[in-house]
Write a protein that binds this ligand. Structure first.
Ligand code: ADP
Ligand code: ZN
Ligand code: ZN
Length: 766
């Protein structure tokens, strides 16, 4: 007898362990690890996933009492290593195992089953229309001597069209009108041949002309070192990690391409993750131009059918290189030799809905399970990755860092100027542009060049800020900015929960705690305002293009705006965070940052790191061509290490400051941190649940070294869609079982009507 361990997928209940079933003789061949099966669970049919098989009945279970697997619904989507990673992920990120396993399934597969009638076989209801076949037509053997009758113009058209070569029937219909009867008649006489072939959706959309030109002749020293380290890690087959720490434009992507080529030559496949926003035709084109049809692409803008076909290319072994966003990590690439994560510091690698996994951590686990190498690339690596490289290992794998400081061809880094806005506003100036930035913009106009203006807007209007000295009241206990609550006129710390009364703007008695000024304002500047001021400053001869969430809502708008900027003779691109990434326009000679310090003031321990990453990224947009580039950063916090590090092109300025701060306050990378959020309409029930959760966690880990439970406090977004939100932050030692501890506590929490909870382990947002 065979026994299957099955993760049962029931939406209404979180099951935290797989269940055991007997595999009937007739299903032994199909019921393999990775298969989707039909089982009975508490008297109902349910879909499940086989995660392990055994020849012995599980210990402590009477074999005769086990229910059978009733049917196999889908072919295997993952193997034993995948199953192990899924179960690990569920534990690690405190989510139901079914949520974790579903990451590995064919795109579009659902948990609904149906059958034609009593006794008919059960089938899965799928969102995507599985594989699709297409009909092709070509001239047949009898075409040579065939002469259509004079009045058979349609036959003549079909034959003429096919003389150029085989065509899809659909394509033929587009040129010759309704052809199916004509084609059928010609097929009967052997004049044409019709056959079916698999159609792969989602393969188009990339014009190779946009791809980057030929392979460079000679790698830089840094590139050679990185490549050698990656090859070595792959050959070690032990899940080793190489962090390619290279400035923008140092040729990291070229290194990935060569490393993948080496992996393919050794018979192994590769997965490449890039942030969704940089998954542009240009990026994909670079991979396609090197590896052609071996590349499959997976991201959320594809339709369900396109995603299925791209995924299936990998499963059938036709595509050995999968390029995609976060979820591409779970693609069924056989003999995986390499996982590459570009821009590894990006917050978007953390999924913000269940399962709340971090792609970097899951990739490390996958690499260990599959015996392949993990390559992380960034110009601003995460502090977690830098720390692990410094230690040299993490969770049993070797971590090493390779630096690439120079740009091929000796392109220079841009000049960075920091403008202290306090001095600008003191003279009564109330423009969003400082005098130096206004002058530089006029220069761009006069020389007919291009500029990029970043408005770092996130989380801004919640802060009370002094317009004379830039002071934002801070929590004395947490070194993070206080959030201004208009309703209660209080300033609150969302990390430790303390709060202070604050008379509200525009109350004229409100004074800055630092300089005594009365210009305290809940300050906010929108992209529209910047756009207006730009037009006023520069006049008509300059094209101003705004790119923010509003302007890019429509599909394809993002690309259109970039094309407009590219085509313009003289233009300024104004935008939020989204303009910082991946833009590569040689004519950009000026990058302006309207307000550098807004992210610094976020009530989040990563505030400085995010600011540094963003500024470094956006600064990298200047001077990519021959002309010298200039970067102007407007800030109230000119001496902040995150800003100084960018200004001086010296990351160590930032690292020294930030690492000390994190070590002192016990935050990552020196610990792990989780965020447990409780929300619902009933504020008292939310408060009671959050209190109870905090108490349970304190009870479970109280007194153990390195654990700390903060809160509960209101979330930064204390109210979302009429639901009140409270959260508990849990800090734990690096080797702690943070996920399982939180799962256990959550399971013991009394259920309250209408109250929801999310456990976010290794959270990125708090
Ligand atoms: P990154 O990914 O680090 O931003 P890229 O790989 O995109 O850098 O390289 C930046 C530019 O430099 C690209 O146009 C690329 O073709 C070119 N390049 C990369 N490596 C070399 C090299 N060794 N010699 C010449 N040009 C190179
Ligand atoms: Zn505090
Ligand atoms: Zn002040």
């Amino acid at each position: 007898m065979r026994y299957a361990s099955v993760v049962v997928d029931i939406a209404t209940r979180a099951l935290d362990e797989p269940f055991d079933y007997v595999v009937p003789e007739g299903l032994a061949g199909a019921c393999v690890v990775g298969a989707t099966v039909l089982v009975t669970f508490s008297h109902r049919h349910a879909v499940g996933y086989v995660v392990a098989l055994a020849d012995e009945a599980p210990a402590g279970v009477e074999a005769g009492r086990l229910l059978p697997v009733e049917a196999v619904l889908a072919a295997p989507a993952f193997d034993e290593a995948g199953a192990r990673v899924a179960l690990w992920l569920a534990r690690e990120y405190a989510c139901p195992p079914a949520d974790a396993v579903r990451l590995f399934l064919a795109p579009g597969q659902t948990v609904k089953v149906t059958r034609a009638g009593e006794g008919a076989p059960w089938e899965l209801v799928c969102e995507s229309s599985g594989p699709v076949d297409e009909r092709w037509v070509a001239l047949g053997e009898a075409a040579e001597g065939f002469r259509p009758r004079a009045n058979a113009s349609r036959q003549r058209q079909v034959i003429e069209a096919l003389e150029a070569g085989p065509m899809r029937l659909a394509e033929l219909a587009a040129t010759a009108g309704a052809v199916s009867q004509t084609v059928a008649a010609l097929e009967r006489r052997g004049v044409v041949r019709v056959w079916r072939a698999r159609h792969v959706r989602g393969q188009g959309g990339t014009s190779l002309s946009s791809a980057v030109a030929a392979r460079p002749r000679e790698l830089t020293r840094g590139q050679r070192a990185a490549l050698a380290a990656i090859d070595e890690a792959r050959e070690a087959a032990a899940g080793d990690v190489v962090l390619v720490d290279g400035v923008t434009g140092s040729g990291k992507t070229e290194v990935y391409l060569d490393a993948i080529e080496h992996a393919l030559a050794a018979g192994r496949g590769a997965i490449v993750l890039v942030p969704e926003i940089s998954l542009t035709p240009q990026t994909v084109g670079r991979f396609r131009s090197r590896f052609g049809d071996e590349v499959a692409v997976l991201h959320s803008r594809l339709s369900a059918g396109e995603r299925f076909d791209q995924w299936d290319l990998a499963r059938r072994g036709e595509a050995r290189v999968v390029v995609g966003a976060r979820s591409a990590l779970f693609a069924p690439v056989a003999d995986l030799g390499l996982i590459v994560i570009d821009e590894e510091h990006e917050g978007s690698y953390k999924q913000d809905k269940s399962p709340r996994y971090h792609a970097r951590e899951v990739a490390a686990r996958l690499a260990a399970e599959r015996g392949c190498a993990l390559v992380l690339g960034s110009a601003t690596p995460s502090l977690e990755s830098l720390r692990r490289c410094e230690v040299g290992s993490w969770r049993g794998a070797r971590w090493r860092r390779v630096e690439m400081r120079e740009r091929p061809g000796g392109a220079r880094l841009p000049e960075v100027r920091v403008v202290d806005m306090a001095s600008q506003f003191r003279g009564g100036r109330r423009s969003v542009f400082s005098a130096p930035l206004a002058e530089a913009l006029e220069g761009v106009r006069d020389r007919r060049e291009k500029a990029v203006l970043l408005l770092n807007r996130r989380g801004f209007s919640n802060f009370l800020m002094c317009r004379d000295c830039g002071c934002v009241p801070e929590c004395p206990h947490c070194s993070c900015a206080l959030t201004y609550h208009e309703r209660t006129h209080t300033l609150e710390c969302h990390t430790c929960g303390r709060s202070w009364p604050q008379r509200a703007y525009p109350d004229p008695t409100t004074r800055c705690p630092n300089c005594g000024s009365r210009y305290m304002a809940a300050y906010g500047v929108g992209t529209e305002r910047v756009e207006d001021e730009l037009r006023l400053l520069l006049g008509d001869g300059v094209e101003v293009i705004r790119m923010d969430a509003d302007a890019t809502r429509r599909k394809g708008a993002h690309q259109e705006l970039l094309e407009r900027f590219d085509a313009a003779e003289c233009a300024v691109l104004v935008g939020t965070q989204m303009i910082a990434k991946g833009l590569d326009f040689p004519e950009v000679t000026l990058v302006g940052v309207v307000n550098a310090d807004t992210t610094l003031k976020l009530p989040d321990f990563r505030a400085a790191e995010r600011t540094y990453d963003l500024l470094e990224q956006v600064a990298g947009r200047a001077g990519r061509g021959g002309a010298a580039g200039e970067v102007i950063i407007q800030t109230y916090w000119a001496d902040h290490p995150a800003i100084q590090a960018v200004a001086r092109h010296d990351r160590d300025v930032f690292l020294a400051y930030e690492l000390e701060d994190r070590r002192d306050s016990g935050y990552p990378p020196f610990s792990r941190a989780a965020n447990a959020v409780v929300w619902g309409r009933d504020a008292r029930a939310v408060a009671a649940s959050a209190d109870e959760l905090a108490r349970l966690v304190r009870e479970e880990v109280g007194g153990e070294g390195g654990w700390e439970v903060l809160g509960p406090t209101d979330c930064v977004k204390a109210r979302v869609k009429d639901r009140v939100r409270r959260h508990v932050v849990v800090k734990a030692p690096l080797d702690a079982d943070l996920g399982p501890v939180l799962s256990r506590c959550a399971a013991r929490l009394p259920r309250r009507q209408g109250i929801r909870m999310a456990l976010d382990v290794d959270a990125y947002d708090f």
